[in-house]
Write a protein that binds this ligand. Structure first.
Ligand code: MN
Length: 281
């Protein structure tokens, strides 16, 4: 780690039009995911990322999908080196957000965190549950930038060869633009182009599906419901129309309209004691 190995030397010597230098050295790109370090999506993303700078991988040792932005606070974490092609790769017995925190710490800072490519869309309200998004959000929380990438999977593994030029195009557009701190990207299986999209928030497709185990006892799936109607210019709409959806996100969850409305309706002058409360509390 940190030493100038053959790969780094080769990358520095060969002209690469996509390669980005930060303060004279190749950009540091941390790659994470929530599907686990052996996911083909992670490898596809790391390979695409390598065109832009130095890549290091920190990813969960087992699948952590739908774990959201959980962090591990009650036990220590272990980082183990793992062969993923010739990448500098480490598996962590923690969550996606843990991996990003540890990866940034180990490298002494990174320029951008890429998360994915997730096997499954992260569209609309599913962003709330996504570990893929959480890894990118963790980057933004720690003062760097995060880009999450997802693509659907049917019965088969996604065709990453087909997606590759689009992944490169997405990274070419997003990585140099430092004004974008957090971006959610969803790639349809057969993209026809890129477009900016907003998050579809009208629908929530999570639902409880009852089932029976072999003993006839009740059990339940938390599953998804296909959404029929989609609003134009949303991420859902974009992928339905074959576009790669790029959605800049923010971490401020404040509903500013509701806040100013509440301030008008229920003024709460600062420091006013509540009636009946001890005055010297
Ligand atoms: Mn996943």
């Amino acid at each position: 780690m940190g030493a100038l190995d053959i790969r780094t030397l080769r990358a520095r010597l060969l002209p690469n039009p996509l390669r980005i230098l930060v303060n004279g050295v190749p950009m540091r790109i941390l790659v994470a995911n929530d599907d686990g370090i052996y996911s083909p999506g992670l490898r596809a993303l790391a390979r695409a990322a390598r065109q832009f700078g130095d890549v290091r991988i920190f990813a969960p040792d087992v699948e952590q999908s739908s774990m959201g932005h959980a962090i591990t606070h009650a036990r220590p974490l272990r980082v183990r080196r793992t062969p993923i092609d010739d990448f500098d790769a480490y598996r962590v017995n923690g969550t996606p957000a843990d991996c990003v925190a540890l990866g940034i710490d180990a490298w002494g800072g990174v320029d951008v965190v890429l998360s994915g490519i997730n096997l499954g869309y992260n569209l609309g309200n599913s962003i709330w549950h996504s570990g893929t998004l959480a890894a990118a959000k963790q980057a933004t929380l720690l003062g760097t930038r995060g880009i999450a990438l997802s693509t659907p999977t049917g019965g088969d593994e996604p065709d990453f060869g087909r997606l590759d030029p689009y992944v490169t195009q997405v990274l070419s557009a997003l990585i140099p633009d430092t004004a974008l701190r957090l971006v959610n990207v969803n790639l349809p299986p057969q993209p026809t182009g890129l477009c900016w999209a907003r998050q579809a928030v009208r629908h929530y497709d999570g639902r409880v599906v009852p089932d029976e185990d072999p003993m006839g006892r009740k059990m339940y799936w938390i599953s998804v419901r296909p959404v029929e109607e989609v609003e134009e210019e949303t991420d859902l709409w974009a992928v339905r129309h074959g576009r790669v959806a790029l959605t800049p996100l923010r971490l401020d969850l404040t509903d500013h309209e509701a806040l100013s409305g509440a301030r008008m309706r229920m003024p709460m002058p600062n420091g006013q004691p509540i009636e009946g409360a001890p005055a010297d509390a």
